[in-house]
Write a protein that binds this ligand. Structure first.
Ligand SMILES: [Zn+2]
Ligand SMILES: [Zn+2]
Length: 429
């Protein structure tokens, strides 16, 4: 079976990809001239202790440079270190943060493997991992990983503020590595190191710090559950920690893509009374109603601030969430909240973007502008899983489309063209 699978893989590398972004196959040949001579024998095991039965190499989708489509390359099998798990990736969500990197809007080390919203199966623990971790995540466990992978030891993690983990930002976001300053990814043909955006989830296997992983119950499917790790995780962090939404609150969500539409569902779960979805696409607004929106505003056709005021009896909302990362919607968000209200910013913008706030209104009317990057993995991930398991958060509604691993580049192209309603997921194995 392994032999047949790899033969097919080698063939698809040259045929299927040509239909995606056109540069793709040319790209592979530039960086991977030896690919044509790849051995069709895939089943050779990793030598030495641990990893028995695992193949010696895997495939991952590599981002090389700005505006070039991802290319699928072969890697040495990544190996976990202490406190880390090796996961056989089953699915990986298609998120705007990855697209920001692809488009050069947010700088990140390259080449790298993107993908930060995954489900999969634990296949190996790092040597010297503690027994509690191994007991919590036995080999064979079905798991979901959060994009913020807390180290568990820094000053923020020790206070439970996993979303501010120093190691995650200092090593992963700043350098593209895990917390010993090294990547786990090396190209098979050249040994060249390849950086990791979060766990580098757009690959057949990925190494993840165990603190960023929680067990997924049998009742939750791998493809749909991937979005728990970023879209739902980000929405939960914004609603539970930044906005602290209370039953009866009025909530507006500006931008109803994957994260925004998850905010609608979380707002509904928390008992918000008015839930106002703001977007420029009628199709997205129509779908927003299935996520819990009680009102919709097409901001291409009407002024969202006026409309939100009208819906809330002239007051504005208790909580407004900005999920786009644009200066204009940043300002709209601050102007949509009532006196004392919370304007929560969760959309990443092009690096260096600035947002404007009316200072006197901010001061006199006690407006709160709050940034939020994500949830707290160790506390929140198990709660999100329960919300999905009980159907309070509907994963099926949230995931509108799936792609094959070979079509990864196409998935990001479609996201870039606004063709994805809700969230898309790439199924890997
Ligand atoms: Zn994301
Ligand atoms: Zn930490």
């Amino acid at each position: 079976m392994a032999l047949a699978m790899v033969r097919r893989n080698v063939i698809t590398h040259y045929s299927k990809f040509a239909s995606s972004w056109s540069v793709l196959s040319r790209h592979s040949s530039i960086h991977n001239p030896s690919l044509a001579s790849v051995s069709p024998f895939h089943s050779q095991s990793v030598g030495g202790g641990g990893g028995g039965g695992l193949p010696s190499y895997m495939r991952g989708a590599v981002y090389w440079e700005t505006n070039k489509p991802l290319s699928i390359e072969e890697f040495h099998m990544p190996r976990p270190k202490a406190g880390e798990v090796l996961i056989k990736t089953k699915a990986c969500g298609v998120c705007h943060s990855d697209l920001h990197v692809i488009k050069g809007e947010i700088p990140f080390s390259s080449p790298c493997v993107l993908g930060h919203e995954i489900t999969g199966e634990v296949v190996e623990h790092g040597p010297h991992s503690d027994s509690k971790t191994i007991e919590r995540l036995p080999v064979g466990s079905r798991v979901v990983g959060s994009f913020i992978m807390p180290c568990g030891n820094c000053s923020y993690c020790s206070k439970g503020h996993d979303d501010l983990c120093e190691a995650f930002f200092a090593y992963n976001r700043a350098k593209g590595t895990l917390y010993d300053g090294e990547t786990r990814l090396f190209l098979r043909n050249s040994g060249k190191p390849v950086y990791m955006y979060s766990m580098g989830g757009l690959a057949e296997y990925c190494v993840v710090p165990a603190n960023g992983v929680a067990v997924l119950p049998e009742s939750l499917p791998y493809p749909q559950s991937a979005i728990l790790g970023c879209a739902v995780f980000t929405a939960y962090g914004a609603m539970a920690h930044a906005a602290q939404v209370r039953p009866g609150d009025s909530v507006a969500v500006i931008g109803t893509g994957g994260v925004g539409s998850s905010c609608l569902q979380i707002a509904r779960a928390f008992g918000a009374s008015e839930i106002i979805a703001v977007d420029v696409q009628d199709e997205k607004l129509q779908k927003a109603k299935t996520f819990g929106a009680t009102h919709t505003v097409n901001s291409a056709k009407e002024d969202p601030i006026e409309k939100i005021n009208e819906i809330t009896g002239g007051k504005g909302v208790d909580v407004a969430v900005e999920a786009l990362g644009k200066p204009q919607t940043f300002a709209q968000c601050t102007l949509s909240v009532k006196d004392g209200g919370k304007a929560v910013m969760i959309g990443l913008a092009q690096a260096g973007s600035l947002g404007e706030v009316d200072i006197n209104r901010l001061v006199r009317r006690k407006i709160q502008v709050i940034g939020s990057y994500g949830g707290r993995a160790r506390q929140d991930l198990p709660k999100l899983i329960r919300l999905a398991e009980t159907g309070i958060f509907n994963l099926d509604h949230a995931v509108s489309r799936t792609y094959t691993f070979e079509d990864s580049a196409k998935a990001f192209q479609d996201l870039n063209e606004g063709k994805i309603i809700g969230r898309a997921v790439i199924e890997i194995m």
